[in-house]
Design a protein around this ligand. Sequence first.
Ligand code: A2P
Length: 347
Amino acid sequence: MSKSYSVAILGATGAVGTELLELLESRNFPLSNLKLLASQRSVGRTLPFKGENLPIEAVSDRAFDDIDIVLASAGGSTSKTWAAKAVEKGAVVIDNSSAFRMNEEVPLVVPEVNPQAAAGHKGIIANPNCTTILMAVAIWPLHKVKPIQRLVVATYQSASGAGAKAMAEVKTQASAILEGQAPVAEVLPYPLAFNLFPHNSPLNDWGYCEEEMKMVNETRKIFGTQQIRITATCVRVPVLRAHSEAINIEFETPFSPDEAREILSQSPGVKLVEDWRANYFPMPIEATGRDEVLVGRIRQDISHPCGLELWLCGDQIRKGAALNAVQIAELLVEKNLLKPAIAQAMS
Ligand code: A2P
């Protein structure tokens, strides 16, 4: 009989948590038991899974007894509080927050790019930032053929990145505006409906926000090189759940758009979407609910002989978060990597 695993979702009631639930069901993850964890606020609620209503439990020390895998998506401070405790109890934590991503002991994994990194885990594996995952899936196949020297990125990020409450807020704001009322912003700092604003994460001394620096630092860690120069401008746009990115890529030598197209049309996790006659390219509404990153509008940068331009859209909640985490869990199961590297070496 094939093995099955006991899984806990920490943050099960959130935007990413509910998607994790859906993915475990639709991808038929080999489960022996599924535990749904959230805050005390959600106790008494249930969520549907495979025809049953599973109760939500408040996270506690004992919640991780006999759990093999924790899929955590309840914010950085919750992960900092509970991840080590879950690891102590023998679980592997796949963490969607930014709490451990840049920790040298913690692999940062996009399965299409650096699956081998997962093997070195010591109990925690970090799921990268959503914009970083989407970009990494699209540009890694090109980087493997000709190393990328520099990236200039602009993002168009949906409300889902700020959670389920932010998505609901945008809808309420849109209704209010259509009824001639002033929009109220409580979750996001400013009204997002019929508006946009630079990403609201904290700014550093150079004027870059945290989200922009995540793209810089996490991409380098995932690609295993500090040599790529990266600059990003991250913007929140009034889209519900798929992010878009305009990426300018500079290579050492010229990379023809046709060659890039040929490579990307065969790359895992990528779907090429281009109809030049119809001016039809990836759109967030078409990326919503899909597993692949939609890539298109690949063209020569007319300002640089070694430059390429491309445009992508990807579901922030799915490949940008929940799907990537479930793919990491599948990788651990498939490659028998649930025990940390040290324990594997000793057994
Ligand atoms: P809850 O619904 O009980 O507040 P989102 O990113 O969509 O806002 O979702 C955040 C998720 O993280 C929710 O499931 C939320 O649960 C959970 N969460 C937030 N704070 C805590 C906490 N202190 N302990 C456990 N779960 C938390």
